[in-house]
Design a protein around this ligand. Structure first.
Ligand SMILES: [Mg+2]
Length: 241
């Protein structure tokens, strides 16, 4: 039995598109100036920076949640007479984001069909993601992938972030499988490809057309940019081994 572990954000769940949808709505409700796309882009850059920091230093997500909106307001030039006003609006935006964002279900083209095909071919499918347990599970449900997925392992539950070996070990243990018969599939060379290789898994690198620049250099077993091609590429990589 072959086991596949998939990253979630920017691999299955379309991070940028879902944030655009959320920010379109938030921007019009708040009556902010500028375009919503610029707010979303600026937010994502700040959020990515803060996430890099907590992943590097193994800090909790509260660090990110306390800072990302106040930093966004500052960068977008919103003026407040008192710092506590920015903090209050930040908290309001945080709670709207928590309420709405994880239920948005824009995925990369072909993800649902690929999961269906892989299950039909006898693979066991799992999610291995840096993120908070409940929102990550809501994203999986919003994508319609819940029926195909067995184990969900988050950094929240594991207590460490990919590429730390501990989170991979926790996921493999939960699935009851050894590393050599498992694959890690994801968009991050650092966290998914090098992380998976570090514990002896085989790896596939998802490189979408609109992907971020690579965050490290490594040699995965194969790379792909279209989910519709993934099941056959995987089969041929397995045959060639
Ligand atoms: Mg990712």
């Amino acid at each position: 039995m072959r086991h596949l572990f998939f990253d979630l954000d920017r691999t299955l769940w379309h991070h940028e598109r879902n944030h655009e949808v959320f920010f379109n709505q938030l921007h019009s409700e708040m009556g902010w100036g500028g375009g919503p796309a610029e707010w979303a882009r600026t937010y994502l850059a700040i959020n990515d920076r803060l996430w890099d920091h907590i992943q590097e230093h193994n800090l909790g997500v509260d660090y990110v949640r306390a800072r990302r909106f106040p930093l966004l307001f500052r960068e977008m030039g919103l003026e407040y007479p008192a710092a506590r006003e920015a903090a209050a609006l930040g908290a309001r935006c945080e709670s709207l984001l928590k309420e709405r964002l994880p239920d948005l279900g824009m995925g990369y083209d072909g993800v649902g069909e690929a999961f269906q095909t892989l299950r039909q071919r006898g693979f066991r499918l799992h999610i291995l993601t840096n993120g908070v347990e409940l929102p990550q599970r809501r994203k999986i449900a919003a994508l319609g992938l819940e029926p195909y997925v067995d184990v969900v392992m988050t950094s929240d539950v594991a207590g460490c972030y990919k590429p730390a070996p501990g989170i991979f070990a926790a996921a493999l243990k939960a699935a009851g499988v050894s590393a050599p018969s498992s694959w890690m599939v994801g968009d991050s060379v650092l966290r998914d490809v090098l992380g998976g290789q570090g514990v002896g898994m085989r790896t596939a690198w998802f490189r979408a057309e609109d992907a971020l620049p690579p965050d490290a250099v490594a040699q995965p077993d194969f790379e792909f940019g279209d989910w519709r091609a993934f099941p056959d590429l995987l089969e041929s990589a397995l045959r060639g081994h």
